[in-house]
Design a protein around this ligand. Structure first.
Ligand SMILES: [Fe+2]
Length: 235
């Protein structure tokens, strides 16, 4: 699917370029300030070397004409998150870079599609005391449940993820602030580990693999189907 953006590989991370690009970035210092990292000690040690950009979010629906038109017609936002590869530690082992995480204010689903790299989607269902960790490779999609707290971790490479979500869904960051998520993704000597966050009690972890999807194509061809998938009323 050609979204009209250029993705470039830069070491283990990626950059995104397109005309009139507009977006925002989040740095490690903010994640530390809000205490959403697993090891505050490791994060503070790393910060002594200087702040680092963890991820950038580009609002394609604001500036790319074709997507803006579709977004206005459907009420669906289309954003791209560029999550850099990195480890929050000075030792080379520790928690991988991640997005802050949030819950939607209104009961709508969201679709994440991985355009490049490798990622894990953490989805925490608070009522069911269950966390699902879904491994994503290029071309994979995940349908995020409307009530979950969700966060992305990078893998051995960074990640470029496109998200489709109703404009009205909203972001509740308070659900994550001061505690993070129940399970983190660590990289230790090249191997993934999923340590449990002691701030959460009795939460189960389920590991799964994502599957390939074509929702991005459907967004352009049959957007009403995507609206149904996200829990919106069709036109
Ligand atoms: Fe979301």
């Amino acid at each position: 699917m050609d979204l009209g953006i250029e993705i470039k590989e830069q070491g283990k991370s990626y950059s995104v370029n397109y005309e009139n690009a507009s977006g925002w970035s989040r740095s490690l210092s903010r994640l530390v300030e809000d205490e959403v990292v697993f090891s505050m000690r490791d994060a503070r040690e790393l910060l002594k070397k200087g702040d680092v950009v963890i991820y950038e979010v580009y609002n394609l629906w604001k500036t790319l004409p074709k997507i803006r038109e579709l977004s206005e017609k459907t009420g669906i936002n289309c954003d791209v998150t560029v999550l850099n590869h990195g480890i929050i530690s000075t030792s080379g082992s520790g928690e991988l870079f991640f997005t802050y995480g949030h819950r939607h204010e209104k009961c709508y689903s969201e679709i994440y599609s991985l355009l490049a790299g490798e990622a894990f989607l953490v989805s925490y269902e608070e009522d069911r005391k269950r966390t699902t960790m879904t491994h994503m490779e290029e071309g994979d999609e995940v349908l995020i449940s409307p009530t979950s707290i969700h966060r992305l971790y990078c893998g051995r490479k960074g990640a470029v993820v496109v998200g489709l979500v109703p404009k009205e869904a909203g972001h509740n960051y308070e659900a994550v602030k001061g505690r993070g998520v129940p399970y983190a993704v660590f990289l230790k000597e090249g191997q993934y580990e999923y340590p449990k966050n002691p701030k959460f009690k009795d939460v189960e972890l389920e590991l799964s693999d994502a599957s390939k999807g074509r929702t991005l194509e459907y967004f352009f061809e049959t957007p009403d189907e995507v609206k149904n998938l996200l829990g919106m009323k069709s036109l």
